[in-house]
Design a protein around this ligand. Structure first.
Ligand code: NAD
Length: 528
């Protein structure tokens, strides 16, 4: 690992992040100011950027009341008109990508390459739903029990006010992208970003309002999860949660008690299986991003790599060499390949996984240390070997720039090892033969499988639902289901003439015989 050469001024806080902007953004948080604010820090320096207001339960209730009032008017607005707002927002979000990236970087410490990529997610989600929403939300006619005289219409009704709880790793994307289909479907949204990373979602919401989103429709509450979570869930009509599996359980339990729906996008311990015919150069580049992108803080990033025994030494050497030469640094320009972790606390968690593995017999092939000389929360890109399931890094999510290499003898063994986990969020298969890779992909227990890529292809394919199986989640985002989940289906059925039941004077036996033979006839005529 090398420290990226620092250009003069690269660590100067971006000029766009002015005290006026920060004051304008934080004023949007629903708060009466009675709670001690949260000191939101610039990750690269550890300096306080702004005091983030915190929401009390009554602030949250007020936010829901305002959202509910705005939602009634919004739901009555024709879908075409709602979509016009998002067409304008799409342009505005792209035109302001650099300033958004400035905010993402100051609050999360990720490198600029990743911050800019993050800004692209909400416009990509918008593009998909701008194309699909009218069709998805249009009433659908279905046949009724008796042909011609009966029929039913499936009407999509917005849930009401959707509560969104977002994590810090992609604060702008998770704060906005899940809200977009909810809003398009006619809902209001109350979002709770992570305290550490509330600025970029607040800025994104201000751009949506500039594009014409009615004021009050998209509310923001802030606070520590256990303080804000219960009131938020108790007031919501649906909850969209992204975060750890442990918190997902708490959210799911409360939503269940309230009998409201929820979508839970949770953690992973994502495996990669490399087949013996892989192209080494392509694999190394794709895997470097898949492991170390966003400093390993991507829910879909790869933490376990299974290499064929016949090519283990060659593949290990190529990958470790690339990891050892990654350029890490604190800079607001596009220089460093790897940025910081989000906080010193998270750096300590990542370090504890490496220390635990080493203490139990694993070997560090490269990296393995915190780098306070670069910034308060930096940690080196790390490759481990000899990791076993009794180690923290062997069975639970590290969520940092740390990966373990394993050797396998047969593909069956590799698939068994890949599936030997409670998680099922993402997996990756590499091969020069797509049919071989697809056959392996079919046997992996995972909500997403990327072939010849680590994670981005699945996540960026906005037309396919993306979610976790096993302990990695419930439900999915993206695709048609990513919008329809924010609606209830209302079944409006019409009987034009009362023809069901026996005709006047008809014996019940005769009626039953006629009804049963009609069922057969309708099946043959394919009438339902
Ligand atoms: P976390 O579960 O600690 O926190 C996520 C959010 O939940 C934060 O806003 C937090 O304040 C809030 N929260 C915490 N406790 C709460 C409670 N009791 N009630 C209500 N809200 C509560 O997760 P994190 O450490 O911030 O994020 C990292 C995790 O998120 C990793 O496990 C990662 O894999 C996962 N993640 C998953 C996806 C996905 O799409 N599957 C995407 C990004 C991150």
């Amino acid at each position: 690992m090398t420290v990226a050469p620092q250009r003069p001024g690269a660590l100067t806080r971006p000029a766009s992040v002015t005290p006026e902007l920060l004051a304008r953004l934080t004023a949007r948080v629903a708060s009466d100011g009675s709670r001690t604010p949260w000191a939101l820090t610039e990750v690269y320096t550890g300096e306080t950027l702004v005091e983030l207001p915190q929401s009390t339960p009554s602030d949250i209730e007020r936010a829901f009341a305002e959202a509910r009032a705005a939602q009634v008017r919004w739901a009555a607005t024709p879908v075409k008109q709602r979509l016009e707002v998002f067409k304008r927002a799409h342009t505005l979000l792209i035109d302001n990508a650099q300033r958004t990236a400035d905010l993402i970087q100051v609050e999360s410490g990720k490198n600029r390459r990743m911050a800019i990529e993050e800004t692209c997610d909400p416009p990509m989600v918008m593009s998909y739903y701008l194309k699909r929403a009218k069709k998805l939300l249009a009433p659908k006619k279905h046949g009724g029990p008796v042909p011609i005289v009966s029929g039913s219409t499936e009407v999509r009704v917005p849930k009401g006010v959707v509560g969104i709880i977002a994590p810090w790793n992609f604060p702008f994307a998770t704060g906005l992208s899940d809200a977009i289909p909810a809003l398009i479907a006619g809902n209001a949204v109350v979002v709770k970003p992570d305290n550490k990373t509330a600025l970029s979602p607040l800025y994104g919401i201000s751009l949506l309002e500039e594009a014409g989103l009615p004021k009050g429709l998209f509310q923001v509450v802030c606070g520590e999860g256990p303080d804000v979570g219960p009131t938020l869930i108790d007031n919501a009509d649906y909850v969209m949660f992204t975060g750890s599996t442990a918190t997902g359980r708490v959210i799911g339990e409360r939503a269940g008690r309230n009998l409201i729906g929820c979508c839970l996008e949770l953690g992973g311990k994502n495996p990669m299986i490399v087949l013996d015919d892989v192209n080494v150069e392509e694999w190394v580049e794709g895997t470097t991003f898949g492991v170390f992108g966003n400093t390993g803080q991507i829910c879909m990033h790869i933490e376990r790599i299974y290499l064929p025994e016949s090519r283990y030494d060659e593949l290990k050497s190529a990958f470790v060499t690339r990891a050892a030469n990654l350029e890490i640094g604190a800079a607001y320009d596009f220089g460093p390949e790897i940025g910081s972790l989000v906080s010193p606390d998270h750096r300590d968690r990542v370090a504890s996984h490496v220390e635990d593995a080493v203490a139990k017999g694993a070997t560090v092939l490269t990296g393995g240390r915190a780098r306070p000389d670069i910034g308060p929360a930096f940690f080196e890109p790390t490759v481990l070997e000899g990791v076993t399931k009794d180690m923290l890094a062997g069975h639970t999510e590290t969520f940092g720039p740390v990966v373990s290499l394993y050797s396998y003898r047969t593909v069956d063994e590799a698939i068994h090892l890949a599936n030997d986990t409670d998680y099922g969020l993402n997996a990756s298969v590499w091969s020069g033969d797509l049919a071989r890779a697809e056959a392996v992909a079919a046997r992996i227990e995972s909500g997403n499988v990327n072939i010849n890529d680590a994670l981005a292809t699945a996540y960026a394919s906005k037309g396919s639902p993306s979610g976790g199986v096993k302990k990695s989640g419930v439900g999915a985002r993206h695709g048609d289901q990513g919008l329809l989940k924010y609606t209830d289906a209302k079944n409006v059925a019409v009987l034009k003439k009362q023809v069901m039941g026996p005709r006047p004077g008809q014996a019940y036996d005769a009626y039953v015989k006629q009804m049963l033979s009609s069922l057969k006839l309708m099946r043959r005529l394919r009438v339902r």
